[in-house]
Design a protein around this ligand. Structure first.
Ligand SMILES: Nc1ncnc2c1ncn2[C@@H]1O[C@H](COP(=O)(O)OP(=O)(O)OP(=O)(O)O)[C@@H](O)[C@H]1O
Length: 361
């Protein structure tokens, strides 16, 4: 396990008591406001000291209450990306990027600098000051600065929260690159299900100071019982590969042998992607649909039907493309006579899936 956290901490009337172990990749700490995400991050960072427990990252013990170990923050070798970039306003982008780097620079450092600048597209901004940068560009500098400090781990505390939707979409691919190109564990705080779906390798869901769920992103989001962000946020993640970009503006994906057609994606042919398919965008049919405008039809078997408190139900369908969730009315479940084990067709309009719902895998 790359990161193992087991801590208890009492803050006035709030009690944090969490334990989780996660593998390499990007772990999203997910939960509503006040659930304890920042408290966990602060303990891992060394900014606060839990009363009990142990924190180990990549084989290094950062904190162990029983042995009296508590490495100070500056010795934990952690790179941070905060909500607002926290750049030094009087320094150029280059100086901001170099801040925190070890003084003994070597050739390896230079190679890393060039690589990070290129990856983050910062080359033409190096001599500018932060005041002249957009919010998204500032966040790219903050990511670069965190990486160049040669950290053993990255902590990102709601790094997109201060950005508008367009800027968020601009920055998300950089976190994908960070996740995929550098073998660094990343602990990423968010309360956005869209960010979880795009970025998370693993999800640690928190509720009232405790871990309510830990697992691989597709498994947690594909569980109809997992509805911390409300039923409208329920959806499945499918793994696919970009097969072709067609002249009529559609991109064809191959998801386990099933062809899916989506509005044109930016990812190149051959790239592996993950596609988030919201449950409320999926329709069901007992017979093979004919004469429909929707282009995506997946046949499968009903794995489970979970009735909600309101008029809705979530139907889990195992298809060749993966587990798909459909949110339909309980009335339709009854009228169609749906039961577990039954063959079924899941139908999704191409335009229901936005380009932001598709990310690198
Ligand atoms: N220093 C402190 N003293 C007392 N209570 C605190 C302290 N820091 C945090 N809390 C309380 O602990 C709880 C968890 O806070 P925390 O900031 O970890 O939540 P969060 O999940 O990060 O929330 P948000 O998404 O709003 O940032 C809150 O009820 C908060 O008021």
């Amino acid at each position: 396990m790359t990161l193992s956290v087991q801590i208890a901490q009492k803050l006035d009337d709030f009690a944090l008591d969490v334990a989780f172990e996660v593998p390499d990749g990007l772990t999203v700490l997910f939960g509503p406001s006040g659930s304890g995400k920042t408290t966990v991050i602060n303990a891992v960072a060394g900014l606060s000291r839990p009363s009990q427990g142990r924190i180990e990252a990549q084989g290094r013990v950062l904190f162990d209450a029983s042995r009296g170990v508590c490495l100070p923050a500056h010795r934990r070798e952690i790179g941070y990306v905060f909500q607002e970039g926290r750049l030094f306003p009087h320094m150029t982008v280059r100086k901001n990027l170099l801040y925190g780097r070890q003084l003994a620079r070597d050739r390896q450092d230079e190679i890393r600098f060039d690589r990070v600048v290129e990856m983050l597209g910062l080359g033409r901004h190096l001599d500018r000051q932060p005041v002249h940068l957009s919010g998204g560009e500032k966040q790219r500098v903050a990511i670069g600065r965190a990486l160049l400090a040669r950290p053993k781990m990255i902590l990102a505390d709601e790094p997109l929260a201060a950005l508008d939707e367009r800027r968020k979409a601009e920055i998300l691919p950089y976190f994908e690159l960070l996740r995929d190109e550098f073998s660094l564990p990343i602990l990423y705080v968010s309360h956005s299900i869209a960010e979880v779906a795009r970025l998370a390798t693993t999800v640690v869901a928190l509720a009232q100071g405790q871990v309510s769920r830990v697992g691989a992103a597709a498994e947690v989001l594909g569980d109809p019982a997992f509805t911390p962000a409300g039923v409208r946020a329920v959806g499945a993640i499918l793994d696919a590969r970009v097969k072709a970009h067609h002249a009529d503006g559609l991109t064809e994906l191959d998801a386990g042998g099933v062809a899916l057609f989506l509005p044109k994606l930016v990812q190149p042919e051959g790239q592996s992607v993950r596609v988030r398919m919201a449950a409320h965008d999926v329709m069901l049919s007992r017979e093979a649909p004919k004469g429909l405008s929707a282009l995506n039809i997946m046949c499968g078997t009903i794995a489970a039907i979970r009735a909600g408190e309101g008029p809705g139900a979530i139907v889990s369908i195992d298809t060749q493309a993966g587990r798909v969730l459909a949110r339909i009315t309980r009335r339709s479940v009854q009228a169609m006579g749906l039961v577990e084990g039954q063959p079924i067709y899941a139908v999704v309009k191409s335009v229901a899936v936005a380009p932001e719902d598709v990310g690198a895998r």
